[in-house]
Design a protein around this ligand. Structure first.
Ligand SMILES: NC(=O)c1ccc[n+]([C@@H]2O[C@H](COP(=O)([O-])OP(=O)(O)OC[C@H]3O[C@@H](n4cnc5c(N)ncnc54)[C@H](OP(=O)(O)O)[C@@H]3O)[C@@H](O)[C@H]2O)c1
Length: 321
């Protein structure tokens, strides 16, 4: 075998293994690699991380992952009782690494923009620092494109995009004033934020918009770390509150019995992405991870569009395949 043939063989082997990993792993390869060989979560010990939407689901799971490593937390959402429950769970998970004062609970409606500054001041008065803002609060949607009322488009964007941008701007200004622009802004995006999925048109658009807002922030402010974490289907209660196409509508369904990644696995991977300051990461059970890779490649995504109907894609998304 000539040297050139040997190089070619190595290249083919590399791609075969790489594509196999798309099938075998439950997240993108770089995130899996960092979870094994990257910076440990303990490196974040003592830092202050503010998680919005921490009262349930992915936000709660992320809080627990970080608490285990002694990361100080701000937990915010509207449901105070649930937040206090998560606070207790975090203190138990921290096993002495955190005291009650290290997990601050803030009752907060993201849609009340006028109160964002007051909440930020509460965080800063309490901890005298903020290292990471995780924009996790949000609502999904189930509706076909043609049936969505424009009011729903607006409401969903208010929560999943404008409220996030407003809070992030305040925090970025604080990073500029206090840390010369150093700091970390993260968001729970979605695979639907880089690859459109059927029957969630406004949600897809909102997560695309959120990605674009935060990526353009990163281009302007090089010292700032920006992490977009994009889950596939996760077993949370999000379908209960998800928007429909009609104003005031809620899907009101459970995700029980659907094939979905657990919220805790998702939270653990999110924590790895934060500790390693990764820019774009995603996670999802087979075949979601494979499809996410295909969606990021123009040729593969065209082939995919030919092979899969919207019904098949929807079944995968609802954990029915
Ligand atoms: N589950 C999935 O399959 C999936 C997939 C991709 C992306 N995501 C994203 O993950 C994030 C978290 O969702 P989840 O799946 O964990 O669902 P979840 O359990 O329903 O969590 C949503 C969180 O957002 C908070 N929230 C909703 N409206 C709010 C408001 N007006 N003000 C403040 N907080 C508000 C909720 O808290 P309160 O009700 O207490 O306010 C709750 O803590 C969302 O951004 C979602 O788009 C989820």
């Amino acid at each position: 075998m000539s040297f050139l043939e040997f190089l070619l063989l190595l290249l083919v082997l590399y791609y075969v293994v790489y594509v196999l990993l798309w099938i075998l792993l439950d997240c993108n390869v770089a995130l899996w690699y960092k979870s094994r060989f990257g910076v440990s979560l303990s490196s974040m010990r003592g830092q202050v991380v503010w998680i919005t939407g921490a009262s349930s689901g992915i936000g709660r799971a992320l809080a627990l992952s970080l608490a285990r490593h002694g990361v100080k937390l701000v937990l915010s959402a509207r449901r105070l009782e649930q937040l206090e429950q998560v606070q207790e769970e975090c203190l138990a998970a921290a096993r002495g690494l955190l005291a009650t004062k290290d997990v601050l609970v803030i009752q907060m409606d993201m849609l009340d923009l006028d109160e964002h500054k007051t909440h930020l001041n509460t965080v800063l008065n309490h901890f005298h620092r903020l290292d990471v803002l995780v924009n996790n609060a949000g609502r999904s949607q189930r509706a076909s494109w043609t049936e969505v009322e424009i009011e729903v488009d607006r409401e969903l964007f208010e929560l999943d995009v404008f409220a996030v941008v407003h809070l992030s701007r305040l925090v970025v200004r604080y990073f500029v004033e206090q840390n010369g622009g150093r700091g970390h802004i993260a968001a729970t995006s979605s695979i639907a934020g880089f690859s459109p999925v059927p029957f969630s048109p406004t949600y897809c658009a909102a997560k695309h918009a959120l990605n674009a807002y935060l990526l353009s922030l990163k281009v302007e402010m090089r010292k700032l770390d920006v992490s977009l974490f994009a889950p596939g289907p996760i077993a949370t209660d999000f379908l209960q509150e998800a928007f429909t196409g009609s104003q005031g509508g809620k899907v009101g369904l459970s995700t029980a019995n659907q094939k979905r990644m657990t919220a805790q696995r998702c939270g653990d991977l999110f924590a790895v992405a934060l500790a390693n300051k990764m820019d774009l990461t995603w996670c999802g059970l087979f075949p979601v991870n494979l499809l996410a890779y295909c969606a990021r490649n123009p040729t593969l995504s065209k082939i995919l569009a030919q092979l899969m109907t919207e019904k098949t894609l929807n079944k995968i998304r609802e954990g029915k395949l």
